[in-house]
Design a protein around this ligand. Structure first.
Ligand code: IVH
Length: 671
């Protein structure tokens, strides 16, 4: 085969695999096989410069840097959208659309994720990418064509023949995983970190050197079209159809969008999108609701600001600015001492945040945050709030970095770095702060669920010596009168607290195990451990190899479990629990084997169960319930509003059941 033919063949292959990987999310070859093909193409093109074309995938790694960007005037302006911040505003949008369209019944909507990135316009002439432009002010943007070629999910040549001109539009985002990886690298080089994926994406798109854009590994997701000049043909007659067409043409299009009937379904979808927000691989800042029919869109038309046929429902921002008042060390339940930021209270993602973690003192130094700084605070997904970094422009003079403590702020023991770890630790097992944190964890809802036992009370009872360790909780009933006298507690509330403590004596074994606060043993691990060994006695009698047999317990957790149960003080504590009458309820033996060897995942809205009940039922019938879909998943049970888990199951070929189908699998009488 001559070079020309091979180059052409390699281009097709490389583009097909990029499409399989970034658009269909189902690669056929390994990364290294892909790299091999890519390198062969690059080498051949280097030998034969005359074979270069603008749509060769070798352009994806970037080309020669440019001096500056030229301006590009958009043929169709890139408008922005009106926002809705609550359900009433969505209903008002719906009412207006109905009025203007003169319809009574529900409008058909198409709801999409609102990607949190930077928008881009991509123009194809006769199927080949000719131009990429940023949004700019909506009328004029910048020509960033070289950079656009590096985006994952952007075809350099459309996958179907399309004579004429097509402008695809969408958002450029940086995946969270990429963001974290790049920030890790930046941290190791003591470089300034990206504050968030959006800035990293928007900045990446505007690099003069497209090789730098390529290094940011940005993704593109299509959400619509601009100018379309394809003769008599049309792309589709609904927004849903447009996205389908774009996907066929080779653009990355997400699977989460839904056709919905009426605003009530839209409101439900918005709630669903909020619930999957934290588990998506990229950031979203809301949901874009579009009238699905293009004819109706045309009837509704535009205002000066934007379309009357679409609205953006905005989620609360995941980042905010506030003042850092103080950095103080906090001692956790395993003795780890972490720097905590005391902040001027600020609302982040809908919650008031006054404290945020700074992880460790190395981070404090690297981020260079100082008391008195204005800082960016973040609360992404369900993770605890953290300080991202200082806003250097706003730094007052004379601020000094906080110092790493040398002694425990609570018991004054000398702090240590265990085995070269970054984490700073208080080695004193009797440190009151550690005991306090252990007790707080033990009484928490997901563990022993002792209601009314807040941090203030724990602290107070530790101070007066009524609490000394976990089992001492169950001796508080002997201190009833003294507690009533204490700090205006009152008879009734003491009675209630003591009652709750009594009730917890027979909590299920897994909750008790989780409450012990053993390192690496999370809620699921505790469930597996309880289901496997059934009783605490059994668990106390086994060792490393037996722990390893438990589902989901790997070598690290098994070692930790072995060490924990070997420690004399812990054995003593478990004996003590028995003395005070704590006898966790044994994990029930499976009542059937319907799901033996199966792992089920539940997603979306279930009508007949809570998710927790459904999972309990699966375990009762010998199966496993997991939180995320993988190759090991036997069934995904998906209710209305299912999103990314459903898409993942479909792409992995995991069978998907409706709630009714799941119900039909249950043996009679198991409900
Ligand atoms: S449609 C005329 N769909 O949000 C309608 N926009 O304020 C144009 N965005 O600048 C926008 N995800 O960059 C649309 N699924 C989505 C979107 C989306 C993110 C951005 C877009 C635009 C802004 C609208």
């Amino acid at each position: 085969m001559d070079a020309k033919a091979r180059v052409s063949q390699l281009r097709d292959e490389v583009e097909r695999h990029a499409y399989l990987y970034y658009v269909l999310d189902s690669p056929e070859i390994s990364d290294s096989e892909y790299d091999k093909l890519f390198r062969e193409l690059q080498d051949l093109e280097a030998e034969h410069p005359e074979l270069w074309t603008p749509d060769s995938p070798s352009n994806r790694v970037g080309g020669k840097p440019v001096q500056g960007f030229t301006q590009h005037r958009h043929a169709v302006p890139m408008l922005s959208l009106d926002n809705a911040f609550n359900h009433e505003e969505l209903r008002a949008f719906d009412d207006r659309a109905k009025r203007l369209l003169g319809v009574e019944g529900p409008i058909e909507y198409f709801a999409e994720l609102k990607f949190d990135g930077a928008s881009i316009s991509l123009t194809y002439v006769d199927g080949v990418l000719q131009l990429g432009a940023t949004r700019g002010d909506g009328t004029t943007g910048e020509n960033v064509t070289q950079n656009a070629k590096t985006l994952r999910g952007v075809p350099l040549r459309l996958r179907e023949s399309l004579p004429g001109e097509l402008e695809a539009r969408g958002e450029v985002v940086m995946l969270r995983s990429v963001f974290e990886e790049l920030n890790r690298i930046r941290a190791s080089r003591s470089e300034q970190l990206f504050a968030n994926p959006r800035n990293a994406a928007a900045g990446g798109l505007r690099q003069l050197d497209s090789k730098l854009t390529a290094q940011r590994k940005l993704n593109f997701f299509a959400y619509g079209v601009g100018l379309v000049r394809i003769g008599e043909r049309t792309l589709a007659d609904t927004q849903a159809g447009i996205l389908q067409t774009l996907k066929r043409l080779g653009f990355a299009v997400r699977d989460e969008p839904r056709v919905l009937h009426g605003i009530d379904e839209v409101i439900e979808y918005v709630g669903h999108a909020g619930s999957i927000r934290g588990s998506l691989p990229f950031g979203i800042d809301g949901v874009v609701v579009k009238v699905n029919s293009l004819a109706q869109q045309e009837d509704l038309g535009f205002t000066a600001r934007g379309p009357r046929w679409a609205i953006a429902f905005k989620f609360p921002a995941e980042q905010a600015f506030t003042k850092l008042n103080r950095v103080f060390p906090q001692v956790g339940r395993t003795g780890n001492v972490t720097p905590v930021a005391d902040l001027e209270p600020v609302s982040v993602a809908g919650v008031i945040v006054a404290r945020a973690t700074l992880h460790n003192y190395q981070e404090v130094r690297r981020k260079d945050v100082r008391e008195g700084d204005v800082v960016i605070v973040q609360r992404a997904g369900n993770v605890i709030p953290e300080v991202v970094g200082p806003v250097l422009d706003k730094r007052a003079e004379g601020l000094t970095p906080p110092e790493e403590p040398t002694h425990c702020p609570e018991c004054n023991a000398e702090l240590v770095h265990v085995g070269g770890e970054i984490a700073l630790r208080c080695p004193n097992k009797a440190c009151p702060a550690q005991i306090e944190a252990k007790i707080a964890h033990f009484v928490s809802r997901k563990a022993m669920d002792i209601d009314g036992f807040g941090p203030k009370l724990i602290r107070r009872l530790l101070e007066v010596g009524y609490l000394t360790d976990l089992p001492s909780l169950y001796r508080l009933k002997d201190r009833r009168d003294a507690m009533v006298e204490m700090d205006r507690l009152g008879d009734q509330s003491v009675a209630k607290i003591l009652e709750n403590i009594e009730l917890s004596k027979h909590r299920p074994l897994d909750k008790f195990l989780f409450g012990l606060g053993i390192r690496f043993l999370g809620e699921r691990g505790a469930q597996e451990l309880a289901a496997h060994f059934r009783t605490l006695e059994q668990i106390r009698s086994v060792d490393y190899d037996h722990f390893l047999e438990v589902n989901d317990v790997g070598p690290r957790t098994a070692r930790e479990l072995q060490e924990w149960f070997e420690e004399e003080a812990n054995q003593q504590m478990l004996d003590d629990f028995r003395v005070v009458g704590v006898v966790p309820t044994e994990a029930a033996a499976p009542e059937g084997d319907t799901f033996a060897g199966s792992t089920l995942v539940f997603t979306g809205k279930l009508e007949k169960f809570t998710r927790e009940d459904a999972e309990q039922l699966v375990m009762k019938l010998g199966g496993k319930a997991a939180g995320s879909v993988s190759k090991a998943t036997t069934y995904l049970v998906a209710g209305p509003g299912a999103g990314s888990k459903l898409a993942k199951a479909e792409s992995l070929g995991v069978p998907v059941l409706t709630e009714d189908e799941f119900l039909r699998m249950l043996p009679e009488g198991s409900l």
